[in-house]
Design a protein around this ligand. Sequence first.
Ligand code: Z5A
Length: 214
Amino acid sequence: MSNKEYGRFITFEGIEGSGKSTNIAWAQEYLRGQDIEVLLTHEPGRTRIGEELRTVLLRTRDDRLMPMTELFLIFASRMQLLEEVIIPALRRGTWVLCDRYVDSSIAYQGGGRELGVERVEKLVQAMGELYAKPDLTVLLDLPPNMILDRLTNRTLDRFESEEQSFFERIRRTYLDLARNDPRIRVVDATRPLESVQDEIAGLLNALLNESIDG
Ligand code: Z5A
């Protein structure tokens, strides 16, 4: 997926409440303002099959969903999304913005659920040629003790009801990934939205300039 005729693939990552939905919608408008055709999507879900899997994944913790089952359901939703939506869009030259992608599985299932980073990375390898590698990943970094301030007036789902230590492990795994991969850019999400978006604009401009320079 590195042909310059293809669209760019940008993913947004972070723990709940870090501002992914808010900033990805803003990024979509920003890119459209630069005359870029953009498709915004999210994981898990978006396709008909993916949305059914999402319902199973997010409903309350009364269902005894095992960590490995959770991992495979997320990858099942991902494969459906890649083949139905993401890869065709990139091939048309459309830029794709995705709210969560494989780094979420490494951080949540590998780190949070303690299945191990390597095990999840092996599944990524097993995706073979269907793995679209992001050109840029914006990691919105927020300390877990700020989650509840951001998620007011909401019924918590199966993930959001987890203890703080779960989110500490996720954050640590995300930051470890970022330390080893320049594709992942850490943005301090504790700051006011305007500063966060200024920084994201800088990251998007760098990609836009690369596309113009070819
Ligand atoms: N999951 C997984 O375990 N493994 C995987 O591989 C994948 C997913 C792909 C999907 O949930 C769940 O699936 C997810 C992990 C799991 N866990 N949960 N729950 P989701 O899609 O329903 O939710 P989410 O991805 O966690 O997003 P979210 O909870 O909606 O949060 P957000 O999108 O990051 O934040 P937001 O909605 O943009 O912002 C939250 C509030 O904060 C809102 O009122 C904003 O106005 C406010 N906000 C945002 N930024 C700021 C700043 N900078 N200052 C002040 N206020 C702000």
